[in-house]
Write a new protein. Structure first.
Length: 87
């Protein structure tokens, strides 16, 4: 699900949301590896806007980068979830 609150300024959003217990502040990159290219209009708009990067691969994987990978840490949740956090 995508949520966009165009009427809010960044400072307003930051006051509404509390800090995450592990100290991350923002998602700075999303990369989706998928065996099937994304074809919907919505996915194409998200890719074109730079919100999501995609690449072709054998299996699906979502890499979520937080705070520009400042801490140089990585949490790989495979094989239970096809997700990698880069902290």
């Amino acid at each position: 699900m995508w949520v966009h609150l165009s009427f809010m300024r960044r400072a307003q959003r930051e006051r509404w949301f509390i800090e995450h217990p592990i100290g991350v502040r923002e998602i700075t990159r999303l990369t989706l590896t998928t065996p099937t290219p994304l074809r919907s209009n919505a996915s194409q708009k998200i890719i074109e806007s730079g919100v999501l990067a995609t690449q072709t691969g054998v299996t699906s994987l979502l890499e979520i980068e937080f705070d520009s990978h400042r801490r140089q840490e990585r949490a790989d949740f495979r094989p239970h979830l096809p997700v990698i956090f880069q902290l």
